[in-house]
Design a binder for this molecule. Structure first.
Ligand code: AMP
Length: 215
C-alpha cells in the first residue's frame, strides 16, 4: 500500500501517519522530519533549509527533491509507505511521479485531511513534540502524564520553533496558495479522498483505515 496524506499543517498528518504506519506496517516518510533531522545534525541541507522553515516558507524544490530521491533508495520503501508533507505543490507531485516511475511503482490512495484555520492554530500553537521518538502531544487536548516528558519513551518534549502563531498563519497561507492545483491533480487521477480531520486522533485513524482497507 502506498499512501499520500495531504492536508494543512495541523490537520494531524504526522500523528495519523505514525499510527497508520504502525497499524498497516508501512514506512513513514515525513519530509518535515527529515529536514528537522538535518537542521539538528547541522548538515549543509539543514543549514540551507533552516531559514525557510523558521519563516514558514517552503524549502526550495530542488533541495527537497534530492532528499526525497535519497530516501526512496532505502530498502524499507519496498513494504509500502505513507508520504507525509510531500508533495506540497504541483511541481512536487510531478517530481514524485518521476521518482515512482523510475521505481516502477504507483500511489494507491491520496487522503486529504480537511479542517479549519481555527482548529489548525489551536492545535499547532499548543503542540509538543518528543525530542527522541517524535510522538506528538498537545498542552491541553492531549497532555503528557508528566509535564514536559514523553509518556512513551521518557525523553523531553519541546515546542517546534515554527509552531508560533505568526509562523503558523504564514504556513497556512503558503499551503492555501499551493493546495488547489494539487487537489485537482489527484482528483483527476481518481485517487483523492477527502476526510474530516476533526475529532479525536483515534477517530480520524479509523476513518483512514476504513478507506485504505477498501482499496
Ligand atoms: P512539516 O513538518 O510537514 O510541517 O514541515 C515543516 C517545514 O519543513 C515546512 O514549513 C517547510 O518549511 C519544510 N518542508 C517540509 N516538507 C516540505 C516540502 N515538501 N517542500 C518544501 N518544504 C517542506
Amino acid at each position: 500500500m502506498r499512501i499520500i496524506l495531504l492536508g494543512p499543517p495541523g490537520a494531524g498528518k504526522g500523528t495519523q501517519s505514525k499510527n497508520l504506519a504502525a497499524r498497516l506496517d508501512l514506512s513513514h516518510i515525513s519530509t518535515g522530519d527529515i529536514l528537522r533531522q538535518n537542521v539538528k545534525a547541522g548538515t549543509e541541507l539543514g543549514k540551507e533549509a533552516k531559514g525557510y522553515m523558521d519563516k514558514g516558507l517552503l524549502v526550495p524544490d530542488a533541495l527537497v527533491a534530492k532528499m526525497l530521491k535519497d530516501r526512496f533508495e532505502q530498502l524499507d520503501i519496498k513494504k509500502g509507505f505513507i508520504l507525509d508533507g510531500y508533495p506540497r505543490a504541483l511541481t512536487q507531485a510531478k517530481t514524485l511521479d518521476e521518482i515512482l516511475k523510475d521505481k516502477k511503482i504507483g500511489i494507491d490512495l491520496v487522503v486529504y485531511l480537511d479542517t479549519t484555520d481555527k482548529v489548525i492554530i489551536q492545535r499547532l500553537t499548543g503542540r509538543l513534540v518528543c525530542s527522541a521518538c517524535g510522538l506528538n502531544y498537545h498542552k491541553t487536548n492531549m497532555p503528557p502524564k508528566k509535564e514536559g516528558v514523553c509518556d512513551a519513551c521518557g525523553a523531553k518534549l519541546f515546542q517546534r520553533t515554527d509552531d508560533n502563531e505568526e509562523t503558523v498563519r504564514k504556513r497556512i497561507e503558503v499551503y492555501k496558495n499551493e493546495v488547489a492545483s494539487l487537489i485537482k491533480y489527484y482528483q483527476d487521477s481518481g485517487k483523492l479522498h477527502k476526510l474530516s480531520a476533526d475529532g479525536s486522533a483515534d477517530l480520524v485513524l479509523e476513518r483512514i483505515v476504513e478507506l485504505a482497507q477498501g482499496k
